[in-house]
Every structure is written in C-alpha cells, then in structure tokens.
Design a protein around this ligand. Structure first.
Ligand code: DP6
Length: 345
C-alpha cells in the first residue's frame, strides 16, 4: 500500500418504500414531487459494500461495480464527489486531500437493477464511505439524494421519511428518521424474487415519462401528504392493519399511474399479480391484514408482516410459488425468499 493511501470500507442496506417516491420536480438536483417513507432492511442480507481509497499517486477518479470498471462520466457520480469535496473545502480550503483522486470499489450481494433498490443502497453506501474518509459531518442524506433519490433514505436505519422540501436549491429535501427499528422489532420483510433480470425501463426514465404523460399522476400527488401523515401514525401506533392497507394501496396506485403513462409501463408480471391475489385471499380469511405487498420498479414482491405470522405466510408462499430450480442448498441459503428484520442503524 502506498505510504499516503487512506481507505475506508462501509456497508449500507436496501430500503423498501411503503409510500413511494415517483416523479421529480428538478431532475438535476433530484428533487421529488412528493414525500416518501420507507423501512430500511437489516444489514446482513440485501446490502451494498463499498471501499474508497484516496492516494496522491492516483491520476484519475475510477470506479468498479461488482468487479467491472464503470465510466466516471455519470453526472450523478460526479455530483456526489463534487458535493463531498465542497464540504471538505468549506471546512479547510487548502486540505491536501482535495486534489487526491478516488478509487471506488462497490459490490451488491443481490441482483443489480432488478427492482431491489440496488442504487439506493449503492449510493447511500458510497456517500457514507466518502463522508468517513473525508471526515464530513452533518446531514449527508442530501448528498446521497443527488446520487439516486431513494438512496437518501438508506442513510438512516428503521423507519425513514424523505421530506420533499420546498426550497429551490434542495437544502430542505432531506431524509429524517421517523422511528428506530427497535420501535417495532416484530416487523419482518419477505422478499419474493420473481425475476432477477435487469428491468426494461429504469425508475429514472419511467418516472419522468409518468410526470410528462400521465393524467392520473396529478391526482396521486393531491393525496400524498395525507397518506404520509396516516402512515406515520400507523407506524407510531404500531397499527399493522392500517400500515398494511396504506402500503398496498400506495403500491397499487404507483403501478396504476405507470399503466396510465404513455407508452405504458408495466413492471409487474403474472406471478406478481398472483402474489397480490394470495395476500388478499389470506387477509380476507383472517378478517384483518396480516401481510402487505409492495412492488418497486420491477416484478419482485416485498411482503411486510409480523414475526408471529412468518411461518403461516412462508408455508403459503412455498406451496404456491415453489422455487423454480429444485436446488435445496440455494433455497436454504436464502433465495428466493429472505426473512429480514429491519435495520438497527
Ligand atoms: C419505485 O431512487 O431509483 O423504488 O432518483 O431517478 O435514481 P432516481 O430513482 P430511484 O427511484 C425509486 C423508485 C421506487 C420508489 C421508492 O423507492 O420510493
């Protein structure tokens, strides 16, 4: 290792929104058209891991993702680096590390770009690692936001809201923890991997087409602040029935505005719709919501449920959706079904 080299390694978990972000009012600064709220998952399973090294002998900024070198042309990547360096400059204008180039090495332990919030964990992890390496204090969620909107929520553990903010420069568009994971430790997440293929329409592209073409989209925006308040209340009161209803309705509405987009976007597959049916069937037999589904920009389902109901739901899932290849080891290792407690961060 070179004498001056400094490096730092961190991990960041995925977050899955229960009130979803879909639409930007400023594409450059990544400012959303609505506030959103998510649960940050446990560190052990779906997570990004990033090492950043700085050294005076490095001649250019470089980045590798899952072992493959990436182009540094990405405006988002450069914006994030610029924001971190600006913070360092504010602290000490002649800090010697300002001129040092970075080498970034990042890996996800789950499929990238398959609607499993890989960019959220990835950018949260990158910004967090950079902040440790360059000793940047204070809120870093607004920097993570400039990498990928949903990344700002992975900066914190537990239940996290991204306040849309009103300022033009985005200074008040930040993530805030609503409650730590310890507030509701019985809550569990089951990820059902319907497909690990890369999605056909990225969230970035999809949401902008929705903003530009969907007639239902302005109607969705009208109800968002009320939904946020109701969701916060259901989390504070640990009211699973209403948490589940709000979660499922928001997911359904998001996918409706996607279908109302022109040309239409459909992220869910037949199996995704079968999962929706299974959940409603089970909830109706139980005469209350014991499980909720939510889908991001992909076909994979994220189920929220309470610990006591995991065996019941898991046995239904494995009966109706047996793993495609009967590789017992792979199944036991955790895919296609993972049980994840929320993050303690
Ligand atoms: C459906 O954060 O990936 O997962 O800001 O353009 O990078 P960009 O989009 P991204 O969108 C996430 C959309 C979502 C909903 C959510 O996580 O709130």
């Amino acid at each position: 290792m070179a004498r001056n080299m400094k490096s730092s390694t961190c991990t960041a978990p995925v977050n899955i929104a229960v009130i979803k972000y879909w639409g930007k009012r400023d594409e450059e600064l990544i400012l959303p058209t609505n506030s959103s709220l998510s649960v940050t998952l446990g560190q052990d399973q779906l997570r990004a891991k990033t090492t950043v090294a700085i050294d005076p002998s490095f001649t250019e900024d470089r980045m590798w993702l899952n072992g493959k070198e990436q182009s540094m042309k990405s405006a988002r990547l450069r914006n994030v680096l610029r924001e971190i360096r600006n913070k360092v400059r504010k602290r000490k204008a002649d800090d010697e590390t300002l001129s040092w180039k970075v080498h970034i090495c990042s890996e996800n332990n789950f499929p990238t770009a398959a609607g499993l919030a890989s960019s959220a964990a990835g950018y949260a992890c990158l910004v967090f690692t950079l902040s440790k390496l360059f000793h940047v204090d204070g809120d870093i969620s607004s920097i993570a936001r400039q990498g990928s909107g949903s990344a700002c929520r992975s900066v914190y553990g537990g239940f996290v809201k991204w306040v849309m903010g009103t300022q033009k420069d985005g200074a008040d568009s930040i993530a805030v923890q609503v409650a730590p994971a310890s507030h509701w430790p019985e809550l569990r997440t089951l990820i059902l991997v319907v497909s690990d293929q890369k999605k056909h329409t990225s969230s970035t592209e999809g949401m902008q087409t929705t903003v530009n073409t969907s007639q239902l989209f302005p109607r969705r925006l009208l109800g968002m602040e009320e939904k946020m308040e109701q969701m916060e209340k259901s989390i504070n009161e640990k009211d699973f029935h209403s948490f589940a209803e709000l979660t499922m309705k928001d997911s359904n509405q998001l996918h409706s505005v996607c279908l109302d987009t022109y040309p239409p976007i459909s992220y869910m597959k037949d199996v995704s719709h079968q999962i929706v049916r299974m959940v409603h069937c089970l909830n109706s037999i139980c005469e209350r919501n014991i499980v909720a589904y939510t889908f991001d920009a992909g076909p994979n389902a994220c189920l929220y449920l309470l610990e006591k109901d995991v065996p019941r739901v898991l046995s239904l899932v494995t009966t109706f959706f047996p793993p495609k290849d009967n590789n017992m080891e792979k199944f036991i290792q955790g895919l296609p079904v993972d049980v994840l407690p929320p993050s303690q961060g």
